[in-house]
Each structure stands twice: as structure tokens, then as C-alpha cells.
Design a protein. Structure first.
Length: 316
């Protein structure tokens, strides 16, 4: 924003003081930072521990489901274990008999008895290994019989009992809330991660100062050919889920009108005299953003021309 001052000795030139830019105002919505539906759970409901709209903590148990297929697998595995136990018992008896025969064998019988003993020992070891594997498999299957569904984060749980399989559909909405808004392609360069913003309700309350946590590089919607990019910021629980809010983005850019740049130079006024500097600027709509060389509060000539010389006196 530029403030008109008095005319110079040469009425062709207008002098302006560079002022702070007004805050940029954007509309937005308050949403949950995370929403997760707990799906893909099959079986028979054993117990549900929560009610609709209940507040929950991370890792809190929400419901327990019994997997009937896993139950049948456990029953089948118990049969496998019982068979393995019988095989171990038989191998144990064979090993004892082979040991006894070896102990009683004469010198001519010792070699054959030793072979039988070695084979019996090997069969016994294999039977025990099979039994151990079967028991480990049982533990694995038993762990699948019941599934505990837990909250992935702090939040509020929604319970939908109107399902075909009888397993309630649970959705957890996080306690943490955030602002969601969009910035147009024309204002995109004005917004950065970490920028200070003020978020307030439409009527001004509640109000919170916060910082931008993310600005997307990908557009989310198109309107009449203009691209819009989403950005977000954390807000506190004074705001309601879904609440419409106003966002004030502080502006720290130094802007000058296009007419203030002549032959790649900006003509500053220092101690009442013209002092041209190289224009380090970026085009922004009908103005230039000054990247360096001009500060808030300094004075510039808005309409320099070829007749304006360095050191010329300008009354501002």
C-alpha cells in the first residue's frame, strides 16, 4: 500500500511512502486432523466396549471379534497335536526297547543293535520336533481366534450398527483439529510453511494465532481456470468440527507499483534527493514485490522517467 505525499518541485513526480501491506483474508473450515474407519474385520462380535460419540484414547480397546475360521483351525490343530503326542510316545517306547536290546546284545549283535538304536533315536528326535512345531502353530492360531480393535489415536468414535455382517463399523475422528483452506495461484507465493496467521470464527470468536503447517504444491480444485492450493494449520479445541472460519495471513512483503520501476531501477528518496538502485523485484499482479533494497517507511518516486537524475532534489 502506498501513501500519497506532497508534490515535488517538478510536479511530474509523485512521492510515496512504502507502507505495510494489509493482511490477506481467506475463508476456511475446521476439520479433524485425522479420520480413520476401522474396516476389514470379519468374524462374530464378542463384545463392544464403546458407544456412539464416545471419547477414546489411543490404543483403547473398542471391540473384540471372534474369528470362527480360526476357531476351527485351532480345533483341527489340537487333533494334529494329539496325533504328534501318540507318535512321540511310540517313538519313545521304540527307543527304550532299542536301548535295552543294545545293552543285552553280544559282540556279534552289537553292530546291528547300534544301528537300530541310532535309527530309533533319530525317529524320536524327529517326532519331538514335529510336536514342538505343532504346538507353536497352535499358539499362532489361538492368537487369531479373537481380534481386539483399538483406537489408532485420541478422538471420538462413531458406531454404525447397521451392517450386513453384524460387525459394527467404527470410525475414529481425532481430537486434534486443523484449519483447511485454499490459496489461489496468484497469491501462492505469499504463503509459506511457518507463516503466522490468525484464525477466527465468522463472528470473531473464538480466535487463535497459529502457524501454517503445510502448503501443498498440488492444486485441489479449479474454478474458471484458476488453480487453488490447499494449506493447513493446527487449531485448538475452542473451534468446532466443520466450523467456518476466517484466516488472516500477515503480509511482510514490500510492494511497489509497476510505474515505480523504470529501466530496471527504483528511485528512492534519501535526505530529499533521488538515489536510484537496481530493481530486485518479482511481478505480482499489478505491482512488484521488492526482494531487496527497499524497506517499509522509505520513500520512492512512483513515476520516474528519463529526465529524473541521480541527486535531483525532491521535496516530499
Amino acid at each position: 500500500m502506498f501513501h500519497n505525499k506532497s508534490h515535488s518541485e517538478n510536479d511530474r513526480y509523485r512521492v510515496f511512502s512504502v507502507k505495510n501491506q494489509p493482511d490477506m483474508s481467506i475463508s476456511g473450515k475446521v476439520t479433524a486432523s485425522q479420520v480413520q474407519t476401522l474396516s476389514g474385520i470379519s468374524g462374530q462380535l464378542q463384545r463392544i466396549y464403546v458407544t456412539d460419540s464416545q471419547a477414546v484414547k489411543k490404543d483403547e480397546k473398542l471391540m473384540t471379534v471372534t474369528n470362527q475360521d480360526a476357531q476351527q483351525a485351532v480345533s483341527d490343530q489340537n487333533d494334529v497335536i494329539n496325533k504328534a503326542i501318540r507318535t512321540v510316545n511310540t517313538a519313545s517306547d521304540t527307543l527304550k526297547n532299542s536301548q535295552k536290546s543294545y545293552n543285552q546284545a553280544n559282540d556279534d549283535e552289537k553292530s546291528a543293535a547300534k544301528d537300530s538304536l541310532t535309527q530309533a533315536q533319530q525317529s524320536y528326535n524327529e517326532a519331538n520336533a514335529d510336536l514342538t512345531d505343532a504346538k507353536n502353530k497352535l499358539v499362532e492360531l489361538q492368537n487369531k481366534v479373537t481380534s481386539n480393535v483399538t483406537a489408532p489415536f485420541d478422538g471420538i468414535v462413531s458406531v454404525d450398527n447397521d451392517t450386513k455382517d453384524g460387525i459394527p463399523a467404527l470410525t475414529v475422528t481425532s481430537s486434534e483439529k486443523e484449519l483447511k483452506a485454499n490459496i489461489s495461484e496468484y497469491d501462492y507465493i505469499k504463503l509459506h510453511n511457518g507463516d503466522a496467521i490468525t484464525v477466527s470464527g465468522v463472528d470473531g470468536k473464538p480466535q487463535q494465532k497459529t502457524t501454517i503447517s503445510s502448503v501443498s504444491q498440488l492444486p485441489t480444485t479449479q474454478s474458471k481456470g484458476t488453480a487453488y492450493y490447499p494449506f493447513s494449520a493446527k487449531v485448538n479445541n475452542d473451534f468446532l468440527y466443520g466450523q467456518s472460519v476466517k484466516v488472516q495471513v500477515e503480509q511482510h512483503e514490500v510492494k511497489v507499483p509497476k510505474s515505480a520501476v523504470y529501466h530496471h531501477q527504483i528511485y528512492k528518496i534519501i535526505d530529499g534527493k533521488v538515489s536510484p538502485i537496481k530493481a530486485d523485484v518479482t511481478l505480482s499482479g499489478t505491482s512488484y514485490i521488492v526482494n531487496s533494497g527497499v524497506n517499509i517507511g522509505e520513500k520512492i518516486v512512483q513515476n520516474p522517467d528519463s529526465q529524473l537524475k541521480k541527486g535531483e532534489a525532491i521535496n516530499d
